[in-house]
Design a protein around this ligand. Sequence first.
Ligand SMILES: [Zn+2]
Ligand SMILES: [Zn+2]
Length: 251
Amino acid sequence: MSKGSLALLNLIFPDDCRVCGETLQDFARVPVCANCLAEPSPFVAEYFCVSCKTPFVNQAPLDEQGQCALCRLGLKGFDTVYTYGSYEGTLQRLVHLFKYDKMDPLARYFGPLLAKALPRETTFDVIVPMPLHWWKRWQRGFNQAELLANEVGRRWNVPVRNAARRRKNTSAQAGLTNAKRRENVAGAFAVNGRLDGKHVLLVDDVMTTGATASACARALKRAGAARVTLLTLARTDRRMSVELDSLGAHA
Ligand SMILES: [Zn+2]
Ligand SMILES: [Zn+2]
């Protein structure tokens, strides 16, 4: 069904909000009520790494500079992370609608959230969306990270370049331990062209362990990037008192 006829159908049969189930009063581009769209609150953590912003239940895993062990050892690949919210509740539901129910107009709504997460004074040379494997991109019809990257690009007036691509399909990350995830994504990315001396803003929808983003950031640095800042809409919050992963333990 075309977008036009779908919109017409919505006019005749008002939809229910796909997040809370309330009947929609207004006709919108996405079947989500204003309350649900307004709800996602920013990520908050009392103790977090100053670089990767990983939250912890206490200060123990952080050094005097406020960095976690992985950042201290330079193992993250990226230099800084900014995230809007926690991947749960309404925001999680919205991301699911965006990705799996192919509601790409939601990108417009996510734009302001990304803009809130990224400090206004942050400068970078190029925005690179986290690539999808071509097969997945074809199945979905769009790369959600690219739509988000475009939102940031427009606001910051910085070009978006699809510089990174996936060499293999590493979709089966769920259920793997952190160490296995890292193994799974090693060598998964290739970069087209050079990024010498560039500060790259890598954009993705959700950060889970950061293993995928790390692998992609490392590939960007191999292509010459001087600095990689990661910006995601949401991140999972598996708050720990020690950084189990850095000790080689299974998280
Ligand atoms: Zn709702
Ligand atoms: Zn860190």
